[in-house]
Design a protein around this ligand. Structure first.
Ligand code: ADP
Length: 444
């Protein structure tokens, strides 16, 4: 159904108004037509009613069409304006269009077809313009919204940056505190260990059996505490990038054998077999012997701590690429795949509860991880719950100067050089090694 158009004809000449009405009626335009005889009543009608189109005579008794158009614009009345001009007023018509008229028609050319066509055209154009204006308004609003959102995001980014800086500072203070405290605690601890050792010597007087037992406990606990303090100190140094490797040429089997010999009593106490297999054509490597020993001590302590019965193997051999591998395998409690990645993070243990069965700082593997990275090597972990674990360290035979300083921020970003798998760690070594090459590479 065709819509009814509301039309206003502004003309002081009744005949002209009639001409417009007749032409539109003849063209079968469905309309409600209102009339105004001058500019003032036109403005009154336009401010009180909505129209779909206005036919406007250029020459009105109280003002001309141009000033009426200006008034309509100032009043922000949005309506299509078709100006009806006299013969020869084309120049004026151009001015009117510039001022905001939608179209114009000389009165002599009024016919039902032209008027209907101009009316339909003006309404269509006006509606399209209105839609464009609405869309533009929405775009402007969206744009402003985006600008506001951007400003909020920028504010949040700055806040996060500030918080990051605060966190970095807090972490630095924490490391500094850990470093200072462990350093400070080492001095009295050394005195406790030293004096209890002296007390145990017979030349300082014979202690009763009970006293010897107590002093031995002081001595052993002191040594354990010192080891923990050293771990914390090493960790804080590694975190601050202040730990440096001191590489030298040394025979790896000697370090392996002396470390194993020192730790063997721990295994004997728990009735665990400790089997060593060193298979090196060339025993000499260029690395920091103290740190290589530290890695082995940590791995063996863990193997001892987490194994209740069975065996622990230390296997050392050459691998392609002029590298050597040191593996520690055990028949202990094993590690679940979901914990593989986490156990290399500082202070992380599979059992984080206070009442946990196995003591420790949770720093051992984090330190190993950092040291192995500094040495340009990688760690391979294979484990299965209730079957056992294997930690294999692969190192270049010769560490290079580029990798020997701890001043490398990449060291602390995580263990991207750790490979883990759930392979059964008790296969013969060769098969074991091959299987691990295809194991997933963890990227934390
Ligand atoms: P800590 O031994 O002081 O707890 P580590 O960093 O050396 O800290 O080890 C982190 C965690 O990894 C341990 O708490 C344990 O849960 C797990 N883990 C390490 N080695 C073994 C192993 N050989 N068998 C089973 N779990 C292990």
């Amino acid at each position: 159904m065709e819509e009814t158009l509301k039309i206003l004809v502004v003309d002081d000449d009744e005949v002209d108004r009639m001409t417009v009405r007749r032409a539109l009626t003849k063209a079968s335009i469905k309309m409600e037509l209102s009339e105004a005889k001058d500019g003032q009543s036109a403005i009154f009608a336009l401010t009180n009613h909505e129209y779909d189109c206005v036919f406007l005579d250029y020459r009105l008794p109280d003002q001309d069409g141009l000033s009426l158009i200006n008034q309509i614009q100032v009043a922000e009345i949005k309506v299509p304006l078709v100006v009806l001009t006299g013969q020869g007023d084309e120049q004026i018509a151009v001015e009117l269009m510039k001022a905001g008229a939608t179209d114009y028609l000389t009165k002599s050319r009024i016919s039902s077809e032209t008027l209907a066509r101009i009316l339909r055209n003006a309404v269509r154009v006006h509606r399209a313009e209105m839609q464009i204006a609405i869309a533009n308004q929405q775009i402007r609003e969206n744009h402003e919204l985006l600008i506001r959102k951007n400003q909020e995001l920028e504010k949040q980014r700055q806040q996060i940056q500030l918080q990051n800086l605060k966190l970095l500072e807090a972490s630095r203070l924490k490391s500094q505190f850990l470093g200072t405290m462990s350093h400070e605690l080492r001095t009295p601890m050394n005195a406790i260990i030293g004096f209890s050792q002296i007390l145990l010597r017979p030349k300082f007087g014979q202690l009763t059996h009970q006293q010897t037992d107590m002093v031995e406990r002081i001595f052993n606990n002191g040594k354990h505490l010192l080891m923990l303090l050293n771990e914390v100190l090493d960790f804080s140094k590694l975190e601050a990038g202040r730990l440096e490797l001191k590489p030298e040429l040394f025979e790896l089997p000697k370090i392996i054998n002396s470390t194993v010999a020192e730790m063997r009593p721990l295994f004997e106490n728990k009735k665990l077999s400790l089997i060593v297999q060193v298979d090196l054509a060339n025993p000499v490597i260029f690395n920091d012997s103290v740190r290589v020993r530290q890695i082995l001590v940590n791995l063996l302590s863990n193997a001892n701590k987490f194994t209740e019965a069975g065996e622990v193997w230390v296997e050392v051999n050459e691998i392609p690429g002029n590298r050597i591998a040191i593996a520690v395998r055990d028949t202990g409690i094993g590690i679940a795949p979901q914990d593989f990645q986490h156990i290399f993070e500082a202070f992380r243990q599979v059992d984080q509860s206070i009442t946990r069965k196995y003591p420790g700082t949770g720093l051992g593997l984090a330190i190993i991880d950092s040291l192995v990275r500094m040495m340009g090597g990688k760690i391979i972990l294979e484990s299965q719950l209730e079957v056992g674990s294997m930690f294999r360290i692969e190192l270049p035979r010769q560490v290079t100067s580029a990798t020997t300083t701890g001043n490398n921020p990449a060291l602390y970003l995580g263990s991207d050089e750790i490979q883990c798998s759930t392979q059964n760690p008790h296969h013969p070594y060769n098969q074991f090694s091959k299987a691990s090459m295809g194991s997933p590479h963890f990227k934390p």
